[in-house]
Design a protein around this ligand. Structure first.
Ligand SMILES: Nc1ncnc2c1ncn2[C@@H]1O[C@H](COP(=O)(O)OP(=O)(O)OP(=O)(O)O)[C@@H](O)[C@H]1O
Length: 610
């Protein structure tokens, strides 16, 4: 019997029929083909399927659950592992990146220096009567979008709500507005606000709420002025609570703090990149969007260190012709969302994308997302507007994926300039720089201060070090001025705390000297692609979900084999116990074991017969 099983292996591999998630077997990454026969997307059916098959579920559910925390079940974990595995291959292996695994618990000074303690915050408002908390930009977005939708409905442009919404109770609570037709200018103004929503400061969001009578849609109550809420989870390290700390809200700082070691590992050369996959934590104000906004999630982040004077990328030619859908900042600031279809080469040439390295990573992000099954026609890159971008960043693009809630940022890709390395270096005194031997030494002439240590010490005693520091920190024009004053007999300088010191030519001389520099020292700039894997996973599930017109009850997930949780199913057709060892034997000796064709590397053994 076993021999027969082996001989007829392919007959005993039961390719699952296409009415459950096991139809991960539809080898199509081209959903447009699939969608021709598919029924309209139904979020409730997808959610029911994901819940029933335990892709993921609210964490601590039997204790009532906590918003924004989710556990992944077997297929969800497997799907996530495959997404990560492909990410590792696509970025870490193919780009020779240096992988890290740094700690989550972080001492507070790190985030004080990075600016997170002061600025990693969102604007929140409170319902003036119930005290319910809402994120200010989300409130404005939901209410204005609902009004625009209501206007479309009143004009007969929008689809009417479906009659067959059986499970209305379960429907997500979202802002709804009556089908009321608005004046054309009002619609235009709303659309303009929505197009540049991320550009508004907290006070401006408050102003919008007042101007457009935006209230809490759940209660119709007014809301308070926006106040900032820091998103980091605070903790303390050690039994005495002496060392305040935070759960990291991103993995990036772990890369920067290890920069010197990474640089050594890379033999002192740039460019190179570090990469890390790990958990991050954000105490989101009002997480109501399933996996799209959670309080604990897996990120995959790359920090690519590059010479600030040369941001070319040696493999740019490989991606130059990749055509992307771009929504640039100028279009948004005009209140429009009109996209451009453009090759990444053209976008860099025209200065729409700031430099080659940033363009290279944007193209690689696109390739990765499409490879794992994201529908390219629902993927765009949106450039950050001036106010939205961190003050130190020179350019930033988000990979946004369209889903049932609209466009969602799933990957951020920013040129962070030299900010992070500079601030940590300044704070700790540890140089986070690259030293490069110059082919041709640079010869320069400049004013230099020379201290007569004996006289200097005698004159200034305990203040000698302070006075020396003041002089050493002077630039060329200041030194020239000081030199002139000393030539007249003496000069007076003042310390930060207002103390005055008189310098004489006996204590200090300033002379023009020639310097030869054979080492160039610089702080590299950082290009950072930052992926939220939960958002990618969820949008992928939406893009892969469909059902047939003739069988809408049964959902199908058409995931590419590369990431599908189940690749091959081997099942006994009878419940007889003696079949179990035979099936296990077949699994072990299957041609897929060890040498997976087409990425088939997971074998699931599921008893089918009952
Ligand atoms: N609360 C969250 N839940 C799930 N994923 C998240 C969350 N916050 C951020 N991410 C993911 O991490 C990536 C990088 O984080 P980044 O700091 O750029 O996001 P963000 O701009 O703060 O996102 P948002 O504006 O949506 O809050 C995002 O592109 C997203 O995929």
């Amino acid at each position: 019997m076993l021999k027969r099983l082996h001989q007829n292996f392919h007959r005993y591999i039961r390719l699952p029929s296409d009415h459950t998630f096991h139809c991960a077997f539809r080898y199509s990454s081209n959903m447009s083909t699939v969608n021709k026969t598919a029924h309209e997307f139904d979020k409730q059916r997808l959610e029911a399927l994901l819940n029933r098959r335990f892709f993921y579920a609210p964490a601590f559910e039997i204790y009532g659950g906590v918003a924004g925390l989710y556990d992944y079940g077997p297929p969800g974990s497997s799907l996530q592992a495959n997404i990560i595995s492909e990410w590792r291959k696509h970025f870490i292996v193919e780009e020779h990146m240096l992988e890290l695994d740094t700690t989550i618990m972080t001492p507070a000074p790190v985030f004080e220096t990075s600016g997170h303690v002061a600025r990693f915050a969102d604007w929140m408002v409170k319902d003036t009567k119930t005290g319910d908390v809402l994120r200010a930009d989300h409130l404005v977005k939901n209410v204005l979008e609902a009004r625009v939708a209501g206007d479309k409905e009143a004009r007969g442009v929008a689809a009417q709500p479906k009659e067959d919404d059986k499970d209305k109770k379960k429907k997500k609570k979202t802002a709804k507005a009556a089908a009321v037709q608005l004046a054309d200018e009002v619609v235009k103004e709303y659309e303009s606000i929505l197009a540049q929503l991320d550009n508004y400061s907290g006070p401006e969001l408050g102003e919008l709420c007042r101007k457009h009578a935006i209230k809490n849609p759940d209660t119709d109550n007014e809301v308070t002025e926006p106040v900032q809420f820091n998103l980091m989870f605070a903790s303390s390290i050690g039994p005495t609570g002496q060392h305040p700390g935070f759960l990291r809200p991103e993995t990036a700082q772990g890369h920067f703090l290890n920069f010197s070691r990474l640089l050594d590992f890379n033999n002192g050369r740039v460019p190179f990149a570090s990469a890390q996959i790990g958990r991050s934590f954000r105490n989101e104000i009002s997480p109501r969007a399933g996996l799209l906004r959670v309080r604990e999630f897996t990120m995959a982040e790359i920090e690519h260190y590059v010479d600030p004077e040369d941001k070319r990328h040696e493999r740019f030619a490989d991606v130059r012709d990749t055509v992307l859908v771009l929504l640039d900042r100028h279009v948004q600031s005009e209140g429009s969302t009109e996209v451009k279809h453009m090759s990444v080469g053209e976008a860099v040439d025209k200065g729409i994308i700031a430099n080659e390295t940033l363009g290279y990573f944007i193209a690689r992000i696109y390739q990765y997302l499409v490879k794992i099954g994201i529908n390219p026609s629902r993927l765009r890159f949106r450039q950050h507007m001036a106010n939205e971008m961190a003050h130190y960043a020179t350019d930033c693009w988000d990979a946004e994926i369209h889903n049932s809630t609209g466009w969602t940022e799933c990957v951020g890709c920013a040129d962070r300039a030299a900010y992070d390395l500079s601030v940590h270096s300044k704070k700790t005194g540890h140089p986070l720089v690259v030293r490069q031997a110059l082919k041709e030494p640079i010869v320069t002439e400049k004013e230099a201060a020379e201290f007569n240590k004996k006289v200097f010490g005698k004159t200034f005693k305990g203040d000698a070090a302070t006075v020396q520091k003041i002089v050493e920190s002077m630039d060329e024009p200041q030194l020239l001025k000081l030199k002139g004053e000393l030539a007249q007999g003496s000069a007076t300088i003042t310390s930060e705390d207002g103390k005055e010191f008189t310098l004489t030519p006996e204590a200090l001389t300033i002379e023009r000297k020639t310097f030869k520099q054979s080492i160039r020292e610089f702080t590299p700039n950082v290009i950072e692609p930052s992926f939220g894997l939960g958002r990618i996973l969820y949008t992928l599930l939406e893009h892969s979900f469909w059902s047939r017109e003739q069988d809408v009850e049964r959902g199908v997930l058409s995931l590419p084999p590369l990431v599908a949780p189940t690749k091959v199913l081997i099942v006994p057709l009878s419940a007889r116990e003696e079949f179990t060892p035979l099936v296990q034997e077949v699994c072990k000796s299957s041609p897929f074991q060890g040498r997976p064709p087409y990425g088939l590397h997971v074998l699931h053994l599921i008893p089918l017969a009952s």
